[in-house]
Design a protein around this ligand. Structure first.
Ligand SMILES: Nc1ncnc2c1ncn2[C@@H]1O[C@H](COP(=O)(O)OP(=O)(O)O)[C@@H](O)[C@H]1O
Ligand SMILES: Nc1ccn([C@H]2C[C@H](O)[C@@H](COP(=O)(O)OP(=O)(O)O)O2)c(=O)n1
Length: 228
């Protein structure tokens, strides 16, 4: 298991973060949330008054913030220039701006460097949108999680309840809009890799999804050992 690399991709609300963290914790692997990295650079752009719709301005600033991810699945962290941004990166402002920032090739090049460096030694679960296709095409196991937009919106509004008054319909619309932007962009769009296993989580509990992914990882890790 020390060298295993697990890539988990899929749209928002399919269970990538919860599944990845649980799988990493159970298998003794590290965990990297690449969405948090794109959120962190987006937070920095907004905080520094950069117009996120000005791709040139975003590209020029892409190498300025220092982004560091802690990979312990029981307590993942994310800092920008030493400041903990785990709270601010989840605001609605960041969520609305993140697709525009993450579509800029210079931003992606920078994030992919960080992601490959983190995964270089193996022993990690990496979640995102393009991990199996672009970032880590040689990953040991690739999973693409899906779920109906209704199930995803219900899960997300469950999280938001009490924090922000957002209707289920508005949440669903925002998710569908972000899916379209993330899978329609030119550079490394969200996509299922040809060799990824698709798991539809609509009717599954989180425990069932975790079990399913662990089984797939153990099968693949076992096969690799047998070949050696
Ligand atoms: N299979 C599932 N069934 C029901 N709720 C789930 C399931 N998987 C995840 N959740 C819940 O849905 C929400 C979104 O999950 P998360 O892991 O953040 O998804 P993603 O990282 O894909 O956006 C969380 O509140 C999580 O607890
Ligand atoms: N590998 C990745 C991961 C995330 N992104 C972008 C696109 C996503 O809409 C945002 C935010 O991702 P995140 O996983 O935090 O989103 P959710 O928590 O699933 O709502 O980042 C990306 O372009 N590539």
């Amino acid at each position: 298991m020390e060298t295993v690399v697990v890539a988990i991709d899929g749209p928002s609300g399919t269970g990538k973060s919860s599944t990845s963290r649980a799988v990493a914790a159970k298998l003794g692997l590290r965990y990297l949330d690449t969405g948090a990295q794109y959120r962190a650079i987006t937070w920095w752009m907004l905080d520094n008054g950069i117009d996120v719709d000005d791709a040139e301005a975003v590209a020029d600033a892409a190498r300025k913030p220092g982004i560091v991810s802690g990979t312990d699945p029981s307590a993942p962290t994310i800092t920008v220039d030493g400041t903990d941004v785990s709270g601010p990166i989840r605001t609605r402002q960041v969520t609305s701006a993140v697709s525009a920032v993450s579509a800029v090739p210079e931003v992606r090049a920078r994030m992919v460097e960080l992601q490959r460096a983190a995964a270089a030694e193996g022993g990690i679960v990496v979640e995102g949108r393009d991990i199996g296709t672009t970032v880590l095409p040689d990953a040991t196991v690739k999973i693409f999680l899906t779920a109906s937009p209704e199930a995803r919106a219900a899960r997300r509004s469950g999280e938001l309840r009490g924090k922000e008054a957002v209707s289920l319909e508005a949440t669903r619309e925002a998710l569908v809009k972000r899916d379209a932007a993330d899978s329609g962009r030119k550079t490394s769009p969200m996509a299922k890799a040809d060799d990824a296993v698709e798991v539809d989580t609509t009717e599954l509990t989180l425990e069932q999804v975790v079990e399913c992914v662990i089984t797939l990882v153990e099968e693949k890790a076992g096969q690799k050992q047998a070949v050696r």
